[in-house]
Design a protein around this ligand. Structure first.
Ligand code: MN
Length: 145
């Protein structure tokens, strides 16, 4: 079965949804669910896109992510390092690892993300977590909370 790409990172029959239901800890992010889990694959495949000046939530959780960049360029925080990422780069985010995505200036950053259909809710950093994260200068400069 095929969900055909209809151009510009949209797929036939797939709705463009808000990234999360509510919150102020992210900016200019959309979500499309390309696969909801099924057969012997208990995973979702999502496409997220962050617009210029936006960012995903700074968070961590018990579940892992497997990400492949599909559009644009940007930077990603994984644990205590900020990495530049571009087209077709693959990012593995292990359980309980702090992460956040941001496009480069004037860019969109689109990425595919595989995640378990059964997963815990994301955790936001406590003041103590933030202090720890900000002890690394490159991280302090990068993160948006
Ligand atoms: Mn996450």
């Amino acid at each position: 079965m095929i969900k055909r790409h209809s151009g510009a990172f949209n797929w036939d029959g797939v709705s463009v949804l808000p990234y999360k239901e509510d919150g102020t800890h992210f900016k200019t992010v959309t979500r499309q669910v390309l696969f909801h889990g099924g057969h012997d694959l208990p995973v979702e495949l999502r496409y997220f896109e962050i617009g210029p000046g936006g960012h995903s939530t700074l968070e961590r959780h018990e579940h892992a992510h497997l990400v492949m960049i599909a559009r644009g360029r940007g930077r990603v925080l994984v644990r205590d390092q900020v990495y530049p990422v571009g087209l077709n780069d693959v990012v593995e985010i292990a359980p309980l690892t702090w992460h956040q995505f941001q496009p480069d200036e004037g860019e969109h950053l689109g990425f595919l993300c595989v995640v378990s259909t059964e997963r815990d809710r994301p955790q936001r950093p406590t003041p103590a977590d933030l202090e720890m994260l900000q002890s690394v200068a490159a991280v302090a400069e990068f993160i948006k909370v």
